[in-house]
Design a protein around this ligand. Structure first.
Ligand SMILES: Cc1cc2nc3c(=O)[nH]c(=O)nc-3n(C[C@H](O)[C@H](O)[C@H](O)COP(=O)(O)OP(=O)(O)OC[C@H]3O[C@@H](n4cnc5c(N)ncnc54)[C@H](O)[C@@H]3O)c2cc1C
Ligand SMILES: O=C([O-])CC(=O)C(=O)O
Length: 338
């Protein structure tokens, strides 16, 4: 029997997670990942990789909770295994602090991470300009390690890799039985979705190995995330901004704001600067449509638009994309390609 040919577009954390889920779960499929950029050059590679999420307004909270939980559980199992170091996945504890008390004092994922609680008055004394704070232990997944680890796992499941930019999903569908679109902000061009836009994020890499706890301020424009190789400090959230160059003023602002939160950072050495474009979208998209191609109905499953939560929700949304693919192959079994 001819194997079902599946093409995943995108090799960021969303594309590789989705490709691994499909290749490991559906042995009758032969899976190929095609991408213009691979690790270490994707947006995912620069992400701090901390697991925490903001809400998408029109997606049922239960679905978002499931995405978070499935991703957390999957990554926790890696963190608890001998693979943790190679995969770059580990537990990370710290503080989320607010200048004003937020209306919603408990995010939907509060009971999914470990030890979520309000900070004590004594802890808050470290942050005299802030009124309220939360302390918890979550996971950190560093894509500089995790993506190569996922790629290895994908190849071990028989997956294949193609390095190229694609411009037309209809043309791809001539040679494949299903297409999975995980092209992040590239979806604006690849599938002409004008609801996707860049949310530019700049951050600095600092050598300050004495820092162990993360600090995130309010809506995530200022944060300090200690990591395996460096401390990531940020940031910016510039909607609609496509600039990939480092902006000197942004860097100065980041150093100033982060130094105010954690004065010891001023003694750290800046070892790098990085810019990435988050795939912004009011609601992330995990959906299926069909492409009519020479008498065949080729499923096109979308999985993109994760904004600042791509690492956080990667495994959960990959499992949903897998389900959509499985359903389509069942409902409309692929016809022979001419
Ligand atoms: C400064 C910063 C910090 C962040 N910190 C965190 C964090 O702590 N936690 C968190 O959860 N998230 C974080 N994020 C968000 C996270 O980086 C994104 O949500 C995530 O990387 C999106 O993953 P993706 O796979 O969809 O996109 P990407 O990583 O951008 O991958 C897209 C892939 O599609 C390919 N592609 C696109 N168009 C085409 C085409 N036409 N042809 C071929 N290939 C194509 C690209 O080459 C690439 O391989 C951060 C982002 C930034 C900028
Ligand atoms: O918001 C944060 O704390 C980190 C992050 O996800 C981002 O910068 O996109």
């Amino acid at each position: 029997m001819q194997r079902v040919k599946v093409l995943v577009v995108g090799a960021g954390v969303v594309g590789l997670s989705t490709a691994v889920c499909i290749a490991e779960t559906l042995p009758h499929c032969s899976v190929t990942v095609v991408a213009e950029k691979f690790s270490p050059d994707t947006t995912s590679d620069g992400a701090a990789g901390i697991l925490l999420a903001t809400e998408f307004p029109d997606i049922p909270l239960e679905r978002q909770r499931r995405w978070f939980k499935e991703s957390f559980d999957h990554l926790l199992a890696i963190a608890d295994s001998p693979q943790a170091g190679e995969a770059g996945v580990y537990l990370s504890s710290g503080y989320h602090i607010f200048k004003d008390v937020p209306c919603d004092k408990k995010p939907y994922w509060a009971d999914l991470v470990f030890g979520f609680r309000n900070m004590t008055d004594q802890e808050m004394k470290r942050f005299p300009n802030h009124k309220f704070g939360q302390a918890f232990t979550t996971l950190k997944c560093e894509c500089l390690s995790y993506l190569p680890w996922l790629e290895k796992r994908f190849r071990a499941a028989g997956g294949q890799i193609l390095h190229e930019k694609v411009t037309d999903v209809h043309k791809l569908a001539l040679n494949y039985d299903a297409i999975i679109n995980c092209s992040g902000v590239g979806s604006r061009f690849l599938v002409h979705d004008e609801k996707v836009y860049p949310v530019r994020g700049q951050m600095l890499k600092v050598n300050a190995p004495w820092l162990k706890n993360f600090i995130r301020d309010g809506d995530g424009k200022t944060y300090i995330y200690p990591g395996m190789r460096y401390v990531s400090i940020g940031g910016t959230r510039q909607a609609g901004d496509w600039r990939m160059e480092v902006d000197k003023e942004d860097s100065e602002g980041i150093l100033e704001r982060c130094g105010r939160l954690e004065p010891s950072l001023r003694a750290g050495q800046v070892t790098g600067e990085w810019v990435g474009l988050r795939p912004g979208r009011a609601n992330l998209r995990v959906e299926r449509e069909y492409l009519p191609v020479r008498g065949r109905q080729v499923p096109l499953v979308h999985n993109y638009g994760h904004g600042g939560c791509g690492v956080t929700l990667s495994w959960g949304t990959a499992l949903d994309a897998l389900d959509l693919l499985r359903q389509s192959l069942y409902e409309k079994p692929p016809l022979a390609r001419l």
